[in-house]
Design a protein around this ligand. Structure first.
Ligand SMILES: Nc1ncnc2c1ncn2[C@@H]1O[C@H](COP(=O)(O)OP(=O)(O)OP(=O)(O)O)[C@@H](O)[C@H]1O
Length: 490
């Protein structure tokens, strides 16, 4: 009944040659619950529709239980789709809606017993005689689920089925979907842009960006070992703090990561992950600190592996069970553009060392459309070699302060409250439009709500370096070290 779904190098091109899905490969095991997660327009629904047979596959192969299935008609695939807008027939009762696909499949058979059994399973017996207009959003979605289940499909394809519901109902139905799909053991592919939904539902989560698969893994591993800065930023609430850092690894001194005015001193003996950062000496990187990696606490209470920095309280968000403290640590946040991409974009490719003028123009056009994976400092800052001395670092700090002041001026208007922390970053230099208002601070830390913190207080921060993420200029994770160590010639 349940089946394996394999996508092998699958691409989709609609018009004008734009690939909205780009060489996607995925193996979904029988009975697995796989979530396709990504920002709006990244191609999630297109992938789902290609699996369902509602959209032609431009390139690549779809295999169902190992059999080539690109050309199968939707009905031959025996899959059931559940949509965001419920898609119920308005002039049919709940019973009529659930029974409709059964009658289409087998006009001779009485759908009644299967409709009743499905309704019992979902606890919606009392909704069977009502029309969709007489049902609430949650009830409509239950009927839509019933319609999908009653057919005993070989796979469920769910396209944001909960996004039209309020938060409380969403949580409730989320739990129901988990229970139901576990009980039925049917392969489920579930599309959402809501990372918390993805994390709570999926056996595995596949993160898409601009039609390109970024990572597929269990929720726990995607959170703990994000492949790149985009995944790190997309997953987790509050969003990971991303700060611009500079690796300093002098031959005769401690290894540090400069964060503008302050630095993180890596504890010795260096862990293997930290040792591997040595090759980044003099390079700009992105430091990722999830809110649980930093705590407000007295320096004397530091545990092994924790280092001290300080932060100026700029804003405290009371959340009831906890408070989110926005702090200014004198560092500059890094930006991951296109987190909420309005349309799919090709990921920025590594800059080729040589290329024709046309290549460069194409690259430039691509970069303007997609934005780089990450935005760091001026290019000349990125290529500092070994032997950088203290004065240079001090100059950098002054420079950073100057930029920071400029940036803060620009930031004031940026996108208030939409993406906490994200929009704290300065706009790209070439960005002529000043960003809108933002919440202040470059670092967000969780704390208990009963600590009395006020704006302007300087507080000690203990950073747990066991939870440190470092990403390179291309946004790839370099600490903890990726499974495949980078080719040093790259
Ligand atoms: N029939 C179509 N013709 C042309 N372009 C399309 C078509 N359907 C989708 N697209 C484009 O393909 C891209 C991916 O769309 P898709 O609906 O798959 O994204 P999504 O990640 O599901 O987004 P959302 O979460 O907003 O639904 C979008 O830019 C969309 O405009």
């Amino acid at each position: 009944m349940t089946r394996a779904i394999t996508l092998h190098d699958v691409s989709k091109t609609y018009t004008r040659g734009v690939r909205v899905v780009d060489r996607l490969s995925l193996d979904i095991a029988p009975g697995e619950f796989l979530v396709l997660l990504g920002p709006s327009g990244c191609g999630k629904s297109t992938v789902l529709r290609m699996i369902a047979g509602l959209e032609e596959i431009t390139e690549g192969q779809l295999l169902l239980d190992g059999q080539y299935a690109n050309d199968l008609l939707p009905a031959e695939r025996r899959m059931a789709m559940v949509f965001q807008n419920f898609a119920l027939y308005p002039n049919m009762t709940g019973r009529g809606n659930i029974g409709f696909p059964l009658r289409v499949e087998n006009p001779q058979a009485d759908p009644g017993p299967r409709v009743d059994a499905t309704a019992r399973m979902l606890g919606i017996e009392d909704l069977l005689d009502r029309l969709p207009a007489q049902l609430s959003g949650g009830e409509r979605q239950r009927v839509a689920m019933g319609r999908a289940i009653a057919r005993h499909p070989s796979a469920f394809l769910m396209d944001e089925p909960l996004s039209n519901l309020d938060a409380k109902l969403r949580n409730h139905l989320r739990a129901e979907i988990t229970k139901l799909t576990r009980e039925l053991g049917v392969t489920t592919v579930y599309v959402t842009h809501d990372q918390s939904e993805a994390m709570s539902l999926g056996d595995r989560v596949a993160v898409l960006r601009g039609g390109v698969l970024q990572q597929v893994d269990t929720p726990r591993r995607v959170y703990a070992l994000p492949a790149n800065v985009f995944v790190a930023a997309f997953i987790g609430t509050p969003r990971i703090n991303l700060l611009r850092g500079l690796i300093r690894a002098p031959l005769d001194g401690a290894m540090t990561i400069s964060l503008g005015k302050q630095y993180l001193r890596l504890p010795e003996p260096l862990s293997l992950d930290h040792q591997l950062l040595r090759v980044q000496q003099g390079r700009e990187v992105i430091v990722g600190l999830r809110s649980e990696a930093v705590r407000i606490a007295k320096p004397a209470s530091a545990r092994p592996g924790e280092v001290l920095i300080t932060g100026l309280v700029e804003h405290v968000e009371f959340q009831g069970h906890e408070a989110l403290v926005h702090l200014d640590t004198g560092s500059r946040p890094a930006v991951v553009p296109e987190l909420e991409a309005p349309r799919p974009v090709r990921p920025a490719r590594r800059r080729r060392r040589e290329g024709t003028v046309l290549d460069k123009l194409k690259e430039r056009a691509g970069a303007l459309r997609a934005g780089p994976v990450v935005v760091l400092d001026d290019p000349q800052d990125q290529d500092e070699g070994e032997g950088q001395d203290r004065h240079k670092d001090q100059d950098r700090h002054k420079d950073q302060d100057r930029h920071k002041d400029q940036d803060q001026g620009r930031d004031r208007n940026k996108d208030q409250g939409r993406d906490r922390g994200w929009n704290a970053a300065p706009a790209r230099r070439e960005d002529p439009v000043p960003p809108e208002g933002r919440l202040p601070g470059d670092l967000i830390v969780r704390t208990t709500p009963d600590i009395d913190l006020r704006r302007g207080m300087q507080v000690p921060l203990l950073v747990d370096l066991a939870h440190l993420f470092v990403f390179d200029q291309h946004g790839e994770r370099i600490c903890p070290a990726p499974a495949r160590l980078p080719d040093l010639e790259e």
